[in-house]
Ligand binder design. Sequence first.
Ligand code: COA
Length: 181
Amino acid sequence: MTGVLITKWDGDEAELTRAAELYARVFAEQPYREEVEASRTSFMERIRRYGASKPHLRLVLAKDGADVVGLALGTGIAAGDWWRDRIAPLLEHDARARWFGDGCFSVMELAVALAHRRSGIAANLMDALLKDLPYATAVLSRYAEAEDAGRFYASLGWREIATGIRIGDSPALCVLARDLR
Ligand SMILES: CC(C)(COP(=O)(O)OP(=O)(O)OC[C@H]1O[C@@H](n2cnc3c(N)ncnc32)[C@H](O)[C@@H]1OP(=O)(O)O)[C@@H](O)C(=O)NCCC(=O)NCCS
């Protein structure tokens, strides 16, 4: 992590473009294999849309000089959120109430450039992303196949609350949750 700074995105457009480039590069890897140009465009479009429609948007960046080498993205979610409304009904009543409640924080994206992995960047991004939020819990889904991500979240104490879930024709997903207080 030497020389890498963790900062909240301040709305700078050039920095958002660099973040989108990192995002597209990372999610072109296995097991995601997203098409680079489409994922770059959809990342930027989602940031704008979430900023206008969801509470507590946070985009945290890891920067090595001007280079964006990591990012973490999340927002508050409640009933009406597309992802939440597909995942929450699949859980038992108690788990749904415990983790989703009337609202919670959704971690939507996490990515670190290949050359910078295993130096604590993602752990620091998650600390900054989840700090001082007005929610009791955080939730996320990951591809079941994404084993590095699984080991990462387990190392930070995230609990698996559902597995083998599919949304439409998505690959199998694991749903993870943790307390924020
Ligand atoms: C998952 C990811 C974000 C982790 O980023 P990172 O900066 O390398 O993670 P950190 O260095 O902060 O790791 C913290 C701890 O998590 C665990 N961990 C992280 N990556 C791991 C791996 N590949 N294998 C085993 N444990 C791992 C370790 O316990 C690690 O501590 P250690 O290095 O002291 O042993 C990164 O691998 C990545 O961008 N993957 C591709 C995108 C992705 O899958 N994103 C998540 C989508 S849900």
